[in-house]
Write a protein that binds this ligand. Structure first.
Ligand SMILES: [Zn+2]
Ligand SMILES: [Zn+2]
Length: 588
């Protein structure tokens, strides 16, 4: 775990403990905010502490006491305040907060009056009936807790973007088809394109919510209805994913979409901006502040803006901000929405596999698929010899494969076919094929696949060596992380980015939803550091080309524009760069 992730975890634990202890809410929020800032920070905070302590202090969202705790952790490996606050609780009590539906207040009650100290005692106390005498603990509530505990024991982490998105889109399409529904969208972290999703938030505009709720709660994908209300319902799907649906009248649509898309930090700034201008903003609309304590929507007040997000941003004196940017990372100071890369900017796929290694498509089928997507080029990059588990190509097979690709390419018109390889970066930084072999290829993606638990020093040296090789065009999935699977390498990205920018080597955003590597914060760091980015699906099958959207969302979260993405360059510019590193021109 990197220092950033480790310190963020401690900050979140402090916030959890403070909540259970019933302490000041502002203190709780300050710790949660600091944790989020650390998770999103591209720079390694430990290094920042040493090299540039003033920059640490200037990071938005980090108060003086958070900075001091970070410095303490970097110096000593622990945070005293963390140890002190956790010492006030039984060691496993924080875990009880992970049971869906159990908030800090209930956990406090279970602990103080129900003898619950951790997940194990929660289970035994539920079984013995000891919790039945507690206030607010009816039979139904206790049954829910037992079910949610059982669910927690079998469920994994947060859902991946690529698992949540198709389900959300399916539901949205079906909701839009219901009579009386004028709008339906997913909101929340899914709309912001985060790599993992806690639960899916759906929103519909309708004047007849009853039939929408009935349809939703009775959906064949639903395993359990958690809450069934007139305008809001929550369900758990068979896959374990929790989905919340809210129905609002069309007049409140924009305000509701804005509110439920978040992030919380973005919305806080919007509300403050409203107040500064003599208005108030909530999920119903933007209203003139008339000083009345009763919420304006309850008094029938007509909002200044509420129907669209655009209207609300307008009235707050702002241009519309893309959801991917709504993380309170400076989007209010400089709004780069219009410069962000879009999927239509992508002109070529530069990393994919055929049946020669571990892909499922033939060379011809792959070229056809790329052509059907309107691409001007495709680079075929099967695995190199050390990737035995992926049927990597020996030198002999590589030469034969190259000849097969050139023969197949001759049958196609209007698309450039690059003979490439995804070459393993070995643990010590050497590449899996010698330079004279790489020199014969049109295109080289160099990727780490093994030894992914190296130290930061070893990982940095390894990637720098690959970047220094004159035949390499792209570093593929640079960290090798798997979401909900393994953390992957933790190189010093500052050095890697600087070296890549200097050498003219692109860093990849691998669009596979299990990877999304580089992740958003590192894309931002790479973009700021002047490195080029290559967005590739790493397709092993035809439908993997659809992964592109996840890479685009990640790129947009990383503030990437088309100018810095080699897949989006006009062919001539791309070709000039490609041959400057590799061999001579490819024939069309
Ligand atoms: Zn790979
Ligand atoms: Zn690959």
């Amino acid at each position: 775990m990197s220092a950033n992730a480790e310190i963020a975890k401690l900050f979140n634990q402090i916030a959890d403990a403070l909540e259970v202890l019933g302490e000041n809410q502002f203190k709780v929020m300050a710790h949660r905010k600091a944790a989020r800032m650390l998770e999103d920070l591209g720079d390694d905070v430990a290094e920042l502490c040493k090299s540039d302590p003033n920059k640490l202090k200037s990071i938005d969202g980090l108060g003086a006491s958070s900075v001091q705790k970070i410095q303490e952790f970097v110096a000593t490996g622990k945070i005293k305040a963390h140890e002190e606050v956790l010492a006030k609780l039984p060691p496993g009590l924080i875990d009880v907060l992970r049971v869906p539906g159990l908030g800090p207040k209930t956990v406090k009650l279970l602990w103080e009056q129900g003898g619950v100290a951790d997940l194990a005692t929660l289970k035994s106390q539920l079984a013995s009936g000891a919790l039945e005498k507690l206030p607010r603990m009816g039979a139904k509530t206790l049954q829910n807790i037992a079910e949610n505990l059982a669910f927690l024991e079998t469920a994994g982490d947060r859902a991946r973007l690529g698992d949540a998105m198709p389900i959300a889109e399916l539901l949205i399409t079906q909701l839009r088809a219901i009579q009386g529904v004028t709008q339906a969208e997913f909101a929340g972290s899914l709309r912001r394109g985060r790599e993992t999703i806690g639960d899916v938030d759906l929103l519909v505009a309708t004047e007849q919510p009853a039939c929408v709720m009935e349809f939703f709660c009775g959906h064949p994908l639903v395993a359990k209805v958690l809450v069934s209300g007139d305008t809001k319902s929550s369900v758990r799907l068979n896959s374990g994913l929790q989905v919340d649906l809210r129905a609002v009248p069309a007049v409140h649509w924009g305000a509701a979409l804005l509110y439920f898309t978040g992030s919380k930090d973005h919305n806080v700034i919007l509300r403050e901006r409203a107040i500064e201008r003599g208005m108030r903003l909530n999920e119903y609309g933007l209203y003139a502040d008339d000083g009345d304590a009763t919420p304006p929507q309850q008094r029938g007040v007509t909002p200044i803006a509420s129907k669209t997000e655009q209207d609300i941003y307008d009235k707050l004196g702002l241009e519309w901000i893309a959801p991917e940017l709504r993380e309170s990372h400076g989007e209010f100071e400089v709004n780069i929405t219009k410069q962000l890369i879009v999927q239509g900017d992508i002109r070529r796929e530069l990393h994919c596999h055929t049946t020669a290694s571990d892909g499922l498509l033939s060379i011809e089928k792959l070229i056809e698929t790329a052509q059907s997507r309107g691409f001007d080029a495709i680079a075929i990059t099967d695995h190199s010899r050390s990737s035995a588990q992926a049927n990597g190509l020996s030198l002999e097979r590589l030469r034969e494969h190259a000849a097969n690709i050139r023969a197949a390419a001759a049958k196609f018109k209007g698309i450039h076919v690059l003979v490439g390889s995804e070459v393993d970066i070995l643990a010590d930084g050497r590449l899996d094929y010698p330079d004279d072999v790489l020199a014969e290829l049109d295109w080289v993606v160099a990727s780490p696949h093994t030894a992914l638990k190296q130290t930061t020093e070893a990982a940095t040296t390894r990637l720098l060596a690959a970047i220094a090789n004159p035949f390499v065009h792209v570093i593929g999935h640079p960290t090798g992380r798997i979401l909900n699977g393994r953390p992957g390498l933790e190189p010093n990205m500052k050095h890697v980015i600087a070296a890549a920018a200097q050498a003219g080597v692109a860093l990849e955003i691998n669009c596979n939803p299990a990877r999304l590597d580089l992740r958003d914060a590192l894309v931002r760091a790479a973009h700021q550091g002047g490195a080029m980015i290559s967005i590739n699906t790493d397709a092993h099958d035809g439908n993997h080309f659809d992964f592109l959207r996840y890479g685009i969302l990640t790129a947009r979260r990383g503030c990437l524009d088309a100018k810095h993405c080699v897949n989006a360059w006009p062919w001539k510019k791309f070709e000039a760069w490609r041959v400057s590193r590799g061999r001579s021109q490819v024939k069309k």
